[in-house]
Design a protein around this ligand. Structure first.
Ligand SMILES: Cc1cc2nc3c(=O)[nH]c(=O)nc-3n(C[C@H](O)[C@H](O)[C@H](O)COP(=O)(O)O)c2cc1C
Length: 252
């Protein structure tokens, strides 16, 4: 709980420093801070909660990959919670700049945190459509593409329509050099994808606890995905994970 409170405290200097926080949006969604940083739309996400209505054992028992989604909106709290589970800071650290904020919800070889996580927003209450980069340190998202590109991404991912159907997706890329500069080939061949698996499993379990679904998607055309996402050269695309209410059952 201490760390959650730290997160709340962190928000105030940030807002004062920018001097351009607008209090907008909604009682119902509580996503009430929107900032423009260098003209990019930025949302400080609702504070994540650390109690849910099911146990971790129940989440593990019921976890499945889901591939058919309702287009119904999810809430900003849902998105906030899923991003926090994926890569949120749970122990802020001063003096360790390589961690870019501190230790996180998912383990990482050498605390290098090579993953970058984007939120693709189509229908999330209180958040404008677009592609947002997640900032773990401040638990905020900043828009990098100002439209919903999930349809184009689903085409680039071998027409896996769950990507365009879902109201939101997470997208993972990795900056391999953060890990390989210390671990060399072992970092490239093992550690980055091990890190990815830890984070993605958190997303599976968190969505389960929110009565939402997800599916790890690794089958896609790398070059097409890179183009649709306008990824920086240093980032390699790794996973797409739709987030939403589902209506299927397991295929098995
Ligand atoms: C590395 C990896 C890549 C995957 N890629 C896809 C994919 O592109 N499309 C898909 O529908 N499912 C994908 N999956 C999900 C698996 O098909 C799913 O985990 C498996 O069928 C077992 O089902 P369960 O997750 O419900 O237990 C992927 C899973 C992993 C771990």
């Amino acid at each position: 709980m201490k760390h959650i409170n730290n997160t709340v405290l962190l928000l105030f200097p940030l807002i004062l420093a920018t001097g351009c926080a607008e209090k907008v949006k909604t009682q119902e969604d509580k996503t009430d801070l929107i900032m423009t940083e260098n003209s990019a739309l930025t949302y400080v996400l609702p504070t994540p909660r650390i109690k849910g209505d099911i146990s971790v054992e129940e989440a593990i028992q019921h976890r499945r990959s889901h591939r058919s989604y309702l287009k119904d909106a999810i809430t900003a709290e849902d998105l906030s919670q899923v991003l926090w589970a994926a890569y949120g800071i749970t122990q802020p650290l001063q003096g360790y700049p390589q961690t870019r904020g501190g230790l996180r919800t998912a383990p990482s070889a050498g605390a290098k945190y090579p993953l970058e996580i984007y939120a693709l927003v189509g229908n999330v209450r209180g958040i404008e459509p677009g592609v947002y980069r997640y900032d773990s340190r401040e638990h905020k998202i900043t828009r990098v593409i100002d439209k919903d590109i999930k349809k184009e991404l689903s085409v680039a991912a071998l027409n896996q329509e769950m990507i365009s159907d879902a109201p939101a997706c997470l997208f993972y890329s990795a900056v391999y050099s953060r890990t390989t500069e210390r671990y060399g080939d072992r970092g490239r061949e093992r550690y980055v994808c091990m890190d990815l698996g830890h984070s993605a499993e958190n997303v599976y379990l968190q969505t389960e606890a929110l009565h939402l679904g997800t599916c790890a998607i690794g089958a896609f055309d790398d070059a097409a995905v890179r183009a649709v996402m306008q990824l920086p050269e240093e980032e390699e695309p790794l996973y797409i994970m739709p987030i939403g209410r589902y209506f299927d059952v397991s295929e098995f």
